[in-house]
Structure formats: C-alpha cells, structure tokens
Write a protein that binds this ligand. Structure first.
Ligand code: G6P
Length: 611
C-alpha cells in the first residue's frame, strides 16, 4: 500500500519521480504528490491518479535535484487533496512521505497539539513529520538524528522518506514493516518502495532491513539501525530489466501477465526438477530434509489469490505427500492463538512478500517454534527475509492488481514440493516422480494451447457483462479454481461472484439460480467428473445458464452446457494450472467491456502492507 520514490543527484528529480510513481501506482491510486527542493520547498499533491498530478503541475515550477513522490492507498483520512502526501512540518520546512500506519498517532497528535502544533490533514503521517521537527527544535540535533529519535516514539509500521528545505544535500529514509530499497547510482541515489522506479538508472540496490534508516549526506550513503548502530549495507545487483515492467504492446498489464504464463510457469520450475531422473532439487530445503521427513503438519498461510494457491497446496500435499495440511487466512491465523509447534512447517505464500497479515502470521508461527518456508515472487521482499527457507516463484514483476501469473507460478512450485516431500517420506517412487515431472514439464505448452480460447472467451464476456451475479462451481482441484475465478471477476469487473464447491451448492446458493444466473463450472475429466455432471444437471433443472470448462473432446458436458471452453487434457492435480486461464481471461474481457480500470480496480491495492 502506498508507493514512495525519492531522488538526490545531478538530474532533474521530477521526471524520475513521475515515472517512478506511475510504476508504483499498483500500490495505491487514491492520490499522488511530489515535493521538490530548489532553494524553496515546492509541494504539489492531488486526489486521484498520477496523471491528475501531472495536470496539476503543468506549467508550474517543478525543478530540483532533490525530491520525492508518493502514491497513496488511503488508511487514515479520506482520499482528498489535504490528506495526500507529502505532508509538512509545523514550520513548513520539512516534508515527509510515508507507507504504513503510525498506530499511536492519536496520542502523539494530542501531545503535539498541546504544544501548539496545528495539523492540516487527518493523517497519521503528518503527526510524524511534526514530531521530527519538534525533536530537532528541542535537541538542536541534525535532521537524521531527529528522525532517528522520533522513530523511537512511534508504534506501527512505516517506510518513510524525509527532505528539508534547510538540508538540500540530504535524503533520509527509514523502514519498519514496510519495504524501502535504496538505489546507488553514479553520484546519485534513489529510494523507493520497490526497485521498479530505480532499475532504469541503476541496478545496484540495497534493501533496508526492519528498524534501519539510510541517509545520503553530501553524496555519501550511511545505513544505521534506529538504535544508532552503523551497518555495512549489502549491495546487490538486480537482474530485473525494464521490459519486464512495461506493457510490451498489450493494452493492460493484466492481459500481458495472463499471456506470460507459459513462460512464467517455465521460469518458476526451471532447474528445480529433472523429469529424466525423477530428481527434485531445491537448495534452500536441503538442510530441512530431516524435518520434512518427520513433519507433523503443514500450515499454509496467505491472503487473497495466494490463499487460493494455498488451497490447491492442501489438495496436493494431502493427496501426494500424505501430510496433513491446514490452510489459513493469515489475518485470522495471527489473532486466534493457533496450535503450532516445532514439528509444523508453515508455508507462507505471497506474491509481493510484503503482505502485513502474512508477515505477522510468520512471526507468530516462528515464536511458536515452527519452521517457515516463504513462497514469494518479489526478490528481496520482507517475507523471504523473515523465513527460514523458501523459494522464489520467478514469475517476473506482476503489475496488474489482480494476480494471475503469480498464482500459476505458486501452484507450479507447490506441485513440485508435494512430489519432493512425497519422495522424502516414502510416499512416491522415482517412477512416480518421473511421470509427474514429465507432465509438469509439459505445462507451459499446455497453457499456451489453453490461451487459444481467448476469442471464444471474449464473446462469452459480452454475455456475462450484464449479469448481476455469477456463480463459480468446482469440485476437488476444481474448487480452488472456482474460488479464484470468482475473485478475479469481483476484483476487476465489480460483478458479485461466488465460488462454491459444486456439491455444496444445494445447501444454499441453489436458491439464487434462475434463468438470469450464469453458472461457470469447472468440469474437466477427473475422478469425480460424473458427480460434477450431476451438479450441472441440478443447475439446468433450475434454468441456470452454464459455461463449462471441459477437457478437449468432451461430448457429454457439451450437450448440457450452454457454452463450453475446451482445455487440454492433463493429470488431475495439474488442472488448476490450466483451468484458471480461461477464467482469468473471462474476468479481463468482462471488465474491459464494462469500461472498468482493469489494472487499477477501485479500492484495491496490489501490496497490502497494512493489516
Ligand atoms: C491484494 C492483491 C491480491 C493478492 C493479495 C495477497 O489483495 O490485490 O491480488 O492476492 O493482496 O497479496 P500477496 O502479495 O501476499 O500475494
């Protein structure tokens, strides 16, 4: 939530900030703002998108080689101009941008108010910049020291950047709970919520750890803890390239990312298994092999689409590795005093690696002695760093707010893990692994073939676009697919949709079915295919309209359904990788034909760093 970017160096900051904000807009788009220092401190901020901010600044003085920008996802205070970042101190000399929540802001605000501070917004952030200036005035210390001291009084999560009119050669940042990466160029530095605003200029970055601050003073970078211990920053060279974060000819990032799935699935699996030998290799798990053999239970935590991938994981690990699994919403798990112990493995799934609830769930499980395996997409993010072991999904940057390629990459790795664990625990032979891996290896080509349904899906979208409700049904591996299909439609087209286990329909949702209700059924050939057919009949009997996802060549369902979308045949446990694709495309084309903002759906953000 909220994107931040800052620059100090020899170039004009404004174009860097605007471009950076556009790349970070997936993190929030309630408002945008910039602050620039060029003798004076100039602030421009506006409710709405980065494009609205650009209109606001047209013809104004945006010069300055020190500056910072913010794109907001509102927490404290409604989205309006006054609550937009940057915020100013009492004197108006110091400016701040912030991602996160200052939990004790009300107390701090009252104390500062009693000392004569006046606030112009309803935000927690403004309180922090007032506090920083207050500390500096009371102690007479340097700005970076005032930031450090002020942070000691703060409870909550933050990534912040501070600049001051009185310190035009200083850029100060700090993080706790929200990400902040520092880019190191040639005589120039960047700070940002992720590397996307930076990589065009430098690939050398350092990710701040929790409780660290960084400041650039007279061209030199210093990193220290907020307890004042100087750190040697670990500078890494990123492999990310610019094309990966641009649309590459597609109208939307979401469509590009849907089409990238043959490659992203391939990349997620590359080098991790060998179908000829049936061997499975994940270096990070080597030292935990003994633990995996004796595991009591796997607990999977995640949110949103990642939670759906976790559900697929449950089916995989229980069926293939014969390990008991629980799948938990991270937000529930963290507050319900769960029973977790040393013999449990907690798999935390997160595209961004920054989701606040998932991070908190990890911390809780760690305290209780569990081993944590992080399955994340964003390299260097907080969850991998808080985990004992893990794997990156290597799906490449996912910019569309609705997750697509990250989901299929997560499921690919969970499939691999299920077989790897099964072998370790004596539940699968080398031949089982060879067969499964050969099938897994064919997935990129099968997903490519599945994408050929696009034209058909586009036509069906015209029919769905006027619906008020859509029901998605599936059984077995088709059930998480139904949930994910419904979530995609809700997220980007704002049509109410529900995913349900097909057989549970008769205990409630069947009451909703009439001739106006589209029902989308995952009806691929599998061990409970006939059961799903019975569920389709139940819908038909109530005049529901059916779109069925079927295995190519299927005649039976074709006769019953109003429309079918054919997908290539595959093993049952791989159905989620295939059957999800048409549902992603369907929600995309429905949203486009309803005129919705596909990549930036209302009220949502890609990276939810607040609880
Ligand atoms: C937000 C995003 C979803 C995502 C969820 C979990 O709600 O809009 O697309 O599935 O967060 O995010 P994570 O980064 O932890 O997978």
């Amino acid at each position: 939530m909220c994107g931040i970017v800052a620059y100090i160096g020899h170039r004009e900051a404004y174009p860097i900030l605007i471009k950076g904000l556009s790349r970070l807009e997936y993190r929030g788009y309630d408002s945008a703002g910039v602050a620039l220092i060029n003798g004076s401190l100039n602030i421009y901020k506006k409710k709405g998108k980065v494009a609205d901010l650009e209109n606001e600044t047209a013809g104004k003085n945006v010069s300055g080689k020190l500056g910072m920008g913010h794109t907001r996802w509102a927490t404290h205070g409604e989205p309006n101009d006054a609550n937009s970042h940057p915020h100013l101190s009492q004197s108006g000399d110091v400016a701040i941008i912030h991602n996160g929540i200052i939990e004790n802001y009300a107390t701090l605000k009252e104390e500062l108010g009693n000392r004569g501070h006046e606030f112009k917004s309803d935000t927690d952030t403004e309180v922090l910049v007032h506090l920083i200036e207050d500390v500096q005035q009371n102690t007479g210390c340097e700005l970076e020291e005032a930031v450090r001291l002020a942070l000691h009084e703060v409870v909550g999560a933050y990534a912040i950047v501070i600049i001051s009119k009185n310190d035009p050669a200083k850029l100060i940042g700090a993080r706790k709970g929200s990400p902040l990466v520092v880019g190191i160029g040639d005589g120039e530095y960047f700070m940002a919520s992720d590397a996307s605003p930076i990589i065009e200029y430098t690939k050398n970055v350092t990710y701040l750890n929790d409780g660290e601050m960084a400041f650039i003073k007279n061209g030199e970078l210093t990193v220290k803890t907020i307890d004042n211990v100087v750190q040697t920053p670990y500078i890494q060279t990123l492999e990310m390239n610019l094309e990966a974060i641009e649309k590459g000819g597609y109208e939307h990032f979401m469509l590009k990312e849907i089409h990238e799935q043959p490659k992203s699935i391939y990349d997620s699996l590359r080098g991790r298994f060998n179908p000829q030998t049936g061997s499975f290799a994940m270096r990070s798990l080597k030292e935990y092999e003994g633990k995996i053999k004796n595991l009591n239970r796997i607990i999977i935590v995640g949110c949103g689409t990642s939670w759906h991938a976790g559900l697929v994981g449950e089916y995989l690990f229980e069926e293939i590795s014969r390990i008991p699994v629980e799948v938990e919403y991270a937000s529930e798990f963290r507050y319900r005093n769960p029973v977790v112990g040393e013999d449990d493995l907690v798999i935390a799934i997160s595209q961004s690696g920054e989701t606040a609830d998932t991070l908190a769930a990890i911390e809780l499980a760690k305290e209780k002695g569990a081993t944590i395996f992080g399955l994340c997409n964003v390299v260097g993010s907080s969850i991998p760093r808080a985990s004992h072991a893990g794997a990156y999904t290597h799906a490449g940057p996912e910019i569309g707010v609705a997750s697509t390629k990250a989901f299929t990459a997560q499921v690919s790795i969970l499939t691999l893990l299920a077989f790897g664990f099964a072998e370790l625990r004596g539940k699968a032979t080398k031949q089982d692994l060879r067969n499964a891996f050969a099938e897994l290896e064919s997935m990129p080509a099968k997903v490519e073939k599945t994408l050929q349904c696009e034209e058909k899906v586009k036509q069906l979208a015209e029919w769905i676009k006027d619906a008020n409700n859509v029901l998605y049904l599936g059984r077995g591996y088709g059930f998480p697919v139904a949930l994910e299909g419904a979530l995609k439609l809700k997220e980007i087209s704002y049509i109410h949709a529900e995913g349900y286990p097909a057989a549970e329909m008769k205990h409630g949702p069947i009451a909703l079915i009439d001739e106006n209700m589209p029902v989308i059924v995952v009806a691929t050939k599998n061990s409970i295919y006939e059961k799903v057919i019975s569920n389709i009949q139940e819908v038909k009997a109530r005049k529901g309209k059916i779109i069925a996802i079927v295995t190519e060549g299927d005649d039976k369902v074709k006769k019953m359904a109003d429309h079918v979308i054919e997908v290539p045949e595959t093993s049952e446990f791989l159905v989620p990788l295939i059957a999800t694709i048409p549902l992603q495309l369907l929600s995309y084309y429905v949203a486009v034909s309803r005129g919705c903002n596909v990549d930036q759906p209302r009220n949502l953000a890609k990276s939810v760093t607040v609880e």
